[in-house]
Design a protein around this ligand. Structure first.
Ligand code: FMN
Length: 179
């Protein structure tokens, strides 16, 4: 049986480092993984880490298709059985909720028919903002799946809701959704 194909989007959050382990865990589950990073995610972790862990080129630029035949965002949108964005910033949640498709990752989501799973990671203050909650509610209504966030120690060293959920829970959700 063909290995399910997971496109992992990584956005600009301090929780980016956890996405490295997530790639490892998805590969261990015999899933094919391709990674897309926003410009801001690359401030936190270098694409090289994801390239080595996934064993594949990392995609970062909407206008650089490289070896791919056709527009990169449509090729990746059609390739994926499931799109997982982890960590998912408040910014990307906001863009997706409002149909703003101004980079590779958001354009992929705009062009896909695959399931989309978002794992938010942010401070509690950010997470509790009415606009963020409204954006999450809209995306849920339109069929996006959310995993987390959970209560945990945030970067500001204060315990609060907004912490990215545990890697094993993300992997379990992916396995459940691709069945
Ligand atoms: C040190 C640092 C940590 C950040 N952590 C988060 C975070 O956990 N969640 C979040 O939504 N934004 C966080 N931000 C802000 C985002 O990086 C910023 O909104 C950025 O524009 C997101 O870009 P992207 O959504 O295109 O990846 C952080 C910024 C800095 C400088």
């Amino acid at each position: 049986m063909a290995k399910p194909k997971i496109l992992l989007g990584v956005t600009g959050s301090i929780a980016c480092y956890m996405a490295c382990d997530l790639v490892n865990r998805l590969v261990e589950e015999k899933l094919q993984v391709r990674c897309v990073m926003t410009q801001e995610a690359q401030e936190f972790v270098r694409p090289l880490s994801f390239e080595v862990l996934s064993g594949h080129e990392v995609y970062t630029d909407l206008f650089r298709s490289g070896q791919v035949e056709g527009p990169l965002h449509t090729v990746l949108a059609q390739w994926a059985d499931l799109i997982l964005i982890s960590p998912c910033s408040a910014n990307v949640i906001g863009k997706l909720a409002h149909g703003i498709y101004d980079d590779l990752l958001t354009c992929i989501v705009s062009a896909t028919e695959a399931k989309v799973v978002l794992c938010p990671a942010m401070s509690e203050v950010m997470y509790q903002k009415p606009i963020v909650q409204a954006n999450i509610a809209s995306l849920k209504k339109w069929g996006c799946h959310f995993v987390g966030p959970i209560k945990g120690h945030l970067t500001c060293k204060i315990e609060g809701v907004g912490h990215i959920t545990k890697t094993e829970e993300i992997v379990a959700a992916v396995k459940r959704l691709i069945r």
